[in-house]
Design a protein. Structure first.
Length: 68
């Protein structure tokens, strides 16, 4: 009985950890929308061209966002 309880707790912890990781990835994807050229320059960023990927904005903090 004790082994079942320990296994059940381990499974529950692993499930919660997996859900937290998925939530973190979803939050990151939601917090990085595309940015316009005007918004990029207003935020102090630089517009760079990427081969086969179009243009992107490099913000002062080092983040890279695609330009719409």
């Amino acid at each position: 009985m004790r082994v079942r309880r320990i296994l059940g707790l381990a499974l529950a912890a692993a499930t919660l950890a997996g859900m937290s990781a998925v939530g973190a990835v979803s939050a990151q994807a939601a917090s990085s929308p595309n940015i316009s050229r005007d918004d990029c320059t207003a935020a102090g960023g630089q517009i760079t061209a990427r081969p086969y990927a179009g243009y992107s904005c490099v913000l002062p903090d080092g983040t890279l966002q695609p330009i719409t």
